[in-house]
Design a protein around this ligand. Structure first.
Ligand SMILES: [Zn+2]
Length: 126
């Protein structure tokens, strides 16, 4: 984890999902970068996302890429689009579907706080 991403990691520890927003053009991005991916401005600020997102892609990982994640396998990874705009790769509840509305939660694993999306609660019927 590099120093650029430190605010993102600090946010996770507080159960906050942070993203970078360019003060020049308003572009939002989740990968910690030195400059805006859209306009090149270096005037970036960190914002906390509300945690609501839409699932863009789903992958079930059967074989963990590292010892750290072997205890979790099989697990579900999703690429989501946050309501604020940026895309984020994170863990998710098994069975989530593309296009589904999800909300962010957090869990601790091997000394890190990780993001896990679960389906948004169904509105109660009248
Ligand atoms: Zn920009």
């Amino acid at each position: 984890m590099n120093a650029l991403a430190a605010p993102f990691v600090e946010g996770l520890a507080r159960h906050e999902l942070r993203y970078q927003r360019c003060t020049g053009c308003g572009h939002a991005q989740t990968l910690a970068r030195y400059a805006c991916a859209a306009c090149g401005s270096t005037r970036l600020e960190w914002k906390a996302a509300a945690g609501m997102a839409t699932v863009h892609a789903v992958t079930v990982v059967a074989r963990a890429p590292s010892d750290e994640f072997r205890a979790l396998a099989p697990y579900t990874l999703v690429l989501v689009t946050l309501d604020e705009g940026p895309r984020l790769m994170a863990h998710a509840a098994p069975g989530v579907r593309i296009g589904e509305r999800v909300s962010a939660g957090f869990f601790a694993h091997a000394g890190h706080v990780l993001v896990r999306f679960t389906p948004e609660a169904e509105p109660a019927p009248d």
